[in-house]
Design a protein around this ligand. Structure first.
Ligand SMILES: NC(=O)c1ccc[n+]([C@@H]2O[C@H](COP(=O)([O-])OP(=O)(O)OC[C@H]3O[C@@H](n4cnc5c(N)ncnc54)[C@H](OP(=O)(O)O)[C@@H]3O)[C@@H](O)[C@H]2O)c1
Length: 335
C-alpha cells in the first residue's frame, strides 16, 4: 500500500511537551526524545517505525537519537530514518534535532571502531547517506577510547563541526576524567560540548555517584539520559512473565536471567509507588530522571505507539516528595 502524504499535526507544540535548555547552549530539547537503537532496524516493520516516528513528531518530540550501528542490522536504523526523512519529514528538517554517533563496532578492520579521526569522519559520511541528511545536529564520540589520544578524537569533532556536517559536538559514556578533558578541549576550540549522553535510571545511578551529572552542569554541557526505563525493566512489561515479543525474550542486551524474583519484587514495589502517584511505572521512571535540572532530556526506546503515548504522559508530573524519593532509594539501593 502506498503511504498517504504526511502532514504534521498543527498542534505538535501544544500537546503538552516541555522543552529544556541544553547546558549553556542556544538549544532547547524536548524533555522526551526518541531513540532508534533496537526497534527501527530492518527486522522491524517499516510501517510501524514510520508510525512511531511521525507520532513522536506530532507530539512535540523533535529530537531523534541514532548511531551508526543501530538496527539490527548495523546501519539499518539510520536507513529506516532516511526513508521516513525522505518521504515524510524532509519539509520539517529545520524543526528536527537529529543525532548520530560513532565509537562502537561498525565495519571490519582497524578503522571501523573506537575513536580515531579516520573512523569518525568516514562513519559520519556513511551515516549522512543512510539518513538522507546533509548534516546532523549533534555528532557524538560514542565512547571514550583509551588507546587513541583524546585530543585526536576531540579535534575530529571540532573539525566535523567546522565542516558543517554537524552543528554541535557531543560525548557519550565518558568517564569523569576523560569527560573533564573533553569539555576543556572542546571549549578551548570554540566548539563547546552540547551534550553528554549517559545511562541513567532509578536502577542505574552511576552518573550520580560518579559526579557525572554535576560535572556536566558545571561544564555548561547538557546531559541526556539513555535507557531511562532500564530497557523495559522499569515498566509493567515483565510483571506477568516475559512476553514473546519483548526485548528480554531476545536475550541480547537485556538478559532473561536479569529478571529474577528479587528484581520482580523491586519492580512491584516501585509499581505500587507509581500507582499512588497516579502514574504507570514507565511514567514514574521517566519523571524520576527529569525531577531536577541536571537532566536535559530522556531518550526513550519504544516498540509501539501505545508505549510512546504512555511515556509522553510522564511529563505531566515530575515532582517527587522527599518521602517518595527516600522510598525509591530504599527499594533500588541494592542493585
Ligand atoms: N549512548 C549509548 O551508548 C546508548 C546506549 C543505549 C541506548 N542509547 C539511546 O537511548 C535510547 C533508549 O534506550 P533504550 O531503548 O534502552 O531505552 P528504554 O526506554 O530504557 O527501554 C526501551 C524499551 O522499554 C520498553 N518500553 C518502553 N516504553 C514502555 C512502556 N510505556 N511500557 C512498557 N514497556 C515499555 C520497550 O521494550 P519492548 O521492546 O520489550 O517492548 C522498549 O523497547 C536508544 O534508542 C538510543 O537512542 C544510547
Amino acid at each position: 500500500m502506498i503511504n498517504p502524504v504526511y502532514s504534521a499535526s498543527p498542534d505538535r507544540y501544544e500537546n503538552g511537551m516541555k522543552y529544556r535548555r541544553s547546558g549553556k547552549s542556544g538549544i532547547m530539547l524536548p524533555e522526551i526524545s526518541l531513540g532508534l537503537w533496537q526497534n527501527f532496524g530492518d527486522t522491524a516493520p517499516l510501517a510501524r517505525s514510520r508510525e512511531m516516528l511521525l507520532h513522536a513528531f506530532d507530539n512535540g518530540i523533535c529530537h531523534f537519537d541514532l548511531a551508526n550501528n543501530y538496527g539490527p542490522s548495523y546501519g539499518s536504523a539510520e536507513a529506516t530514518f532516511g526513508q521516513v526523512m525522505q518521504k515524510d519529514l524532509a519539509p520539517y528538517r529545520d524543526e528536527l534535532f537529529i543525532s548520530t554517533k560513532a565509537g562502537y563496532d561498525m565495519w571490519p578492520g582497524p578503522y571501523g571502531n573506537l575513536g580515531s579521526r579516520k573512523y569518525l569522519f568516514s562513519s559520519l559520511d556513511q551515516s549522512l547517506k543512510r539518513m538522507k541528511c546533509n548534516y546532523v545536529d549533534v555528532f557524538y564520540s560514542h565512547r571514550f577510547d583509551p588507546d587513541t589520544p583524546l585530543e585526536e578524537t576531540m579535534q575530529a569533532l571540532v573539525d566535523i563541526v567546522r565542516s558543517g556536517k554537524a552543528l554541535y559536538a557531543g560525548i557519550s559514556n565518558y568517564p569523569h576524567e576523560a569527560a573533564a578533558t573533553a569539555y576543556r578541549y572542546l571549549a578551548d576550540h570554540d566548539v563547546p560540548c552540547l551534550l553528554h549522553q549517559v545511562k541513567y535510571s532509578m536502577f542505574h545511578r552511576n552518573p550520580e555517584t560518579e559526579g557525572i551529572l554535576q560535572q556536566a552542569k558545571e561544564a555548561g554541557s547538557g546531559l541526556i539520559a539513555f535507557s531511562p526505563l532500564a530497557q523495559g525493566l522499569l515498566t509493567d512489561r515483565y510483571l506477568n512473565g516475559i512476553p514473546q515479543d519483548s526485548r528480554a525474550a531476545r536475550d541480547f542486551s537485556l538478559k532473561k536471567d536479569s529478571i529474577t524474583d528479587e528484581m520482580l519484587d523491586k519492580i512491584r514495589a516501585l509499581n505500587d509507588i507509581a500507582a499512588q502517584r497516579g502514574q504507570t511505572l514507565a511514567q514514574m521512571a521517566l519523571a524520576w530522571d527529569l525531577k531536577d535540572d541536571l537532566v536535559t532530556s530522556v531518550i526513550v526506546g519504544a516498540s509501539s505507539v501505545r508505549q510512546l503515548d504512555d511515556n509522553l504522559k510522564a511529563i505531566r508530573n515530575t515532582e517527587f516528595s522527599a518521602e517518595e524519593l527516600e522510598l525509591i532509594n530504599k527499594i533500588t539501593e541494592t542493585r
